[in-house]
Design a protein around this ligand. Structure first.
Ligand SMILES: Nc1ncnc2c1ncn2[C@@H]1O[C@H](COP(=O)(O)OP(=O)(O)O)[C@@H](O)[C@H]1O
Ligand SMILES: [Mg+2]
Length: 161
């Protein structure tokens, strides 16, 4: 409940530009490594091992970012892999700096989502998601917040690599 209220608060602030982004030059790789360490400290490694797939030669990937919000977006995605795969899965995280862009990829080996489900998530405004069909009920604002944060960074979101 507390999380939901926090999420609602953040989502509406981002929506109405009331949450100013504090952009600084940041190393995406160190931010993401920190997030992984935080998840690993939650002792979920048996059920949800996290694999770092980034090329060893890439030690830094500098971007202009709001560190806290970027962390929030990436954590939401990793948390989704955990929340929506009750039997466990491997979580793959990578950073790639090709084409003058920093590409951050979060994937999992879990149940995934159908094209239809992804389509609905992409195209249905949050307030219109049906609440009578409990199997499809959307509880959180996780992906909406991810979208808002990436938009605030002038970034792009791709569903599949
Ligand atoms: N990694 C994932 N694997 C499978 N389904 C996912 C994953 N991430 C998100 N989903 C689906 O997308 C929906 C929306 O995610 P989100 O906006 O974070 O809300 P919540 O996690 O609170 O349900 C989830 O309810 C789930 O059905
Ligand atoms: Mg979620």
């Amino acid at each position: 409940m507390k999380d939901l209220i926090n999420d609602l608060n953040l989502a509406s602030k981002l929506e109405y530009d009331m949450q100013p982004l504090t952009m600084k030059q940041e190393n995406a790789i160190s931010i993401i490594r920190q997030i992984i360490v935080d998840f690993m400290n939650m002792n979920i490694d048996d059920k949800f091992p996290i694999e770092w797939k980034t090329a060893d030669i890439l030690s830094a990937c500098y971007i202009n970012a709001d560190k806290d919000l970027l962390k929030r977006a990436i954590s939401n995605l990793i948390q989704n892999s955990i929340n929506h795969n009750e039997n466990g899965c491997v979580i793959y995280v990578s950073v790639d700096d090709g084409n003058n862009a920093c590409k951050i990829c979060i994937e999992d080996s879990g149940i995934g989502a159908s094209d239809e489900q992804i389509d609905r998530l992409n195209n249905t405004p949050y307030y219109m998601v049906c609440d009578t069909n409990t199997a499809e009920q959307r509880h959180g604002l996780g992906l909406l917040i991810v979208k808002q944060i990436i938009k605030g960074h002038n970034g792009e979101i791709h569903n599949r690599p």
